[in-house]
Design a protein around this ligand. Structure first.
Ligand code: ATP
Ligand code: MG
Length: 116
């Protein structure tokens, strides 16, 4: 099993939910986040202010989706997420992947992929 941490533009959330509904039938966790990538949230050299402090980093609103999927579904999820989220402009987001050792459905005690 792998956990995919998928950081996307907020306006792509519905598309990403549709992808996960289609490719993976388990659950997901979602949170709102602020972040920046290599452009530090703005064009090079721009000075921004956060709470009155000057900073060269500007954090932009993002959505973070955490989803644990079976190993066999990982590439399918990545491909489909890229299909709906790639705009060819900077800031489309990122997917991080972590190994997940086990999962337990608390209600039934099922383990592993059965618990997803
Ligand atoms: N190395 C990182 N660690 C943690 N979060 C990151 C990292 N890189 C990007 N993110 C998160 O992903 C969001 C989108 O990043 P973004 O797509 O701008 O990445 P990028 O590397 O700058 O790629 P691009 O050049 O296509 O913009 C960021 O706002 C941040 O929340
Ligand atoms: Mg960027």
């Amino acid at each position: 099993m792998k956990e995919l941490i998928i950081i996307i533009r907020p306006e792509k959330l519905e598309d990403v939910k549709d992808v996960l509904d289609k490719v993976h039938c388990g659950g997901m966790t979602l949170s709102t986040a602020m972040g920046c990538g290599t452009q530090k949230g703005s064009s090079e050299g721009t000075v921004n202010e956060i709470k009155g402090l000057k900073t060269t980093i500007n954090l932009l609103p993002k959505i973070k989706v955490e989803v644990v999927v079976a190993d066999k579904d990982v590439e399918k999820v990545i491909m489909n997420i890229r299909e709906v989220c790639a705009t060819d402009h900077v800031g489309d987001g990122k997917i991080f992947i972590r190994n997940i050792e086990d999962a337990i459905r608390i209600r039934t005690g099922e383990r592993g992929v059965k618990a997803l």
